[in-house]
Design a protein around this ligand. Structure first.
Ligand code: IMP
Length: 425
């Protein structure tokens, strides 16, 4: 039995979808514990490309239970769309389980997300505008509506009335929109969704997890986004509103910390970021464009071009420490195939002083300059390499450097989007 947490170690989009999909074949249960449909996991099976936003990647295996934990925020329309698309492609979703404690995204969450982004032109976070942040705000201000509330019409109406009054006032009087909500329409729509998802709803994901742990099952906790987008440990305020780090798996699904065996950090061989916020190793200009084009670095959820940069060792150290990584999986190594030399940031320089720790204050971070070492490229196509021994010596040296910085072993290397393009170490 093993309980493994998969986390993104950078700003998301590290390729966790492919890795969780690969690991899922040996799992009994795969669990999402935070975020919502701001995430976009791409899984390539044969000539089909699947983009999952809410449903755990384990859904492609019939014997794997796929759990959406209490820490996730759910847009039921998106969830149903995903369920239908999987079904129409011949994939069963019978093993899907949704915690009744998960919070629900309503139209006013999306409207607030968009209005806030528009209003705060300067310092815009660059959210996915899926209503994720406003939904978590309601959760923590104890005004949220949970999946279980959709089955209690009195509570649903009461909570919606309160929320619609407050949100309409805010949207129209502060954010200057002219939005009108029809409570009956919303209630009817969401009751419709609640019927459609009823067969998947479970009371509490913590019961399922503790039972699975007691029965010595293999469990995979699938983090969305990445460590640097963590609301506490990331580049606040340019972060998401949940805890993508390994600790988030305990609160976001009701997993006992004592049950955790492995914490696997997924790291891209270079770095990308979507949205605003500091990014010390960002490459501006043609080299950055080259990385974006070779790596197809466009958002799986929004299609936005991702900002690209060199591997950041300071971020890696921070991530390894916060998450307690036990293994590293390096993805997209093949994207670096054509570079003559590859830079690795090993420290930051701040006011003339070298620092190895990630600064918690982003205003300090904005003034940090990356300190690079330069490693020779391998100038060879890695996309067909299956065995670690076949890797060119310069690729091995590059990987050794990443592992040394992270302070943990590399267990897998991904060299392309297909399930088969993986080197197990
Ligand atoms: P939100 O999660 O939509 O509120 O967006 C907050 C920040 O997190 C923005 O910079 C988004 O671009 C970023 N973000 C959210 N989800 C993802 C993801 O799955 N991958 C990468 N960035 C993300």
């Amino acid at each position: 039995m093993t309980v493994t947490i998969v986390v993104g170690t950078q700003w998301g989009d590290e390729g966790k979808g492919k890795i969780t999909d690969l690991l899922s074949s040996d799992m009994d249960m795969v669990v999402r514990y935070q975020g919502g449909n701001n995430a976009g996991h791409t899984v390539v099976i044969g000539n089909k490309v699947f983009k999952l936003h809410l449903i755990p990647s384990g859904v492609f295996y019939n014997n794997v239970s796929c759990v959406i934990g209490n820490g996730v925020v759910i847009d039921p329309a998106v969830l149903l769309e995903e369920i239908e698309s999987l079904k129409s492609n011949g994939h069963s979703v019978n093993n899907l389980k949704i915690s009744s404690q998960a919070h629900v995204i309503f139209p006013y969450h999306k409207d607030l997300d968009a209005a806030q982004e528009k209003k705060h032109e300067e310092g815009r976070i660059g959210t996915t505008c899926r209503g994720i942040g406003p939904c978590y705000v309601d959760k923590y201000s104890r005004r949220g509506i949970r999946i279980s509330d959709l089955y209690n019409q009195k509570v649903l109406r009461q909570r919606l009335e309160w929320n619609l009054n407050e949100k309409s006032f805010l949207l129209n009087n502060f954010y200057g929109t002219k939005i009108k909500y029809d409570i009956e329409e919303i209630i009817n729509g969401y009751i419709g969704y609640s019927h459609a998802i009823k067969k998947y709803v479970i009371e509490d994901s913590s019961y399922l997890l503790s039972e699975a742990v007691s029965n010595r099952k293999n469990i995979l906790m699938e983090g969305a986004q990445g460590t640097m987008l963590d609301v506490d440990h990331g580049t606040y305020p340019y972060v998401t509103s949940s805890s993508p780090i390994s600790g988030g798996a305990c609160t976001g699904a009701g997993l006992s910390p004592k049950a955790i065996d492995e914490i696997l950090g997924v790291v891209k061989a270079y770095v990308t970021r979507v949205g605003g916020g500091p990014f010390p190793t960002e490459i501006k200009g043609s080299e950055g464009d080259k990385l974006r084009e070779i790596g197809h670095e466009y958002g799986a959820t929004t299609g936005r071009p991702r900002r690209c940069g060199w591997f950041d060792g300071v971020v890696m150290r921070h991530s390894a420490k916060i998450n307690g990584l036990t293994q590293l999986v390096v993805t997209k190594l093949d994207v670096l195939d054509s570079f003559d030399t590859i830079k690795v940031c090993i420290a930051y320089k701040y006011k003339g002083k070298e620092m190895k720790e990630f600064p918690s204050d982003i205003y300090k971070l904005e003034e940090c300059e990356p300190v690079y070492i330069e490693l020779p490229g391998w100038k060879q196509d890695l996309s067909k390499v299956k065995d670690f021994k076949e890797l060119p010596v310069n690729a091995v040296k590059y990987l050794d450097k990443l592992a040394e910085i992270a302070g943990c072993r590399i267990s897998m290397i991904s060299v392309g989007p297909e399930r088969s393009q993986i080197i197990r170490v």
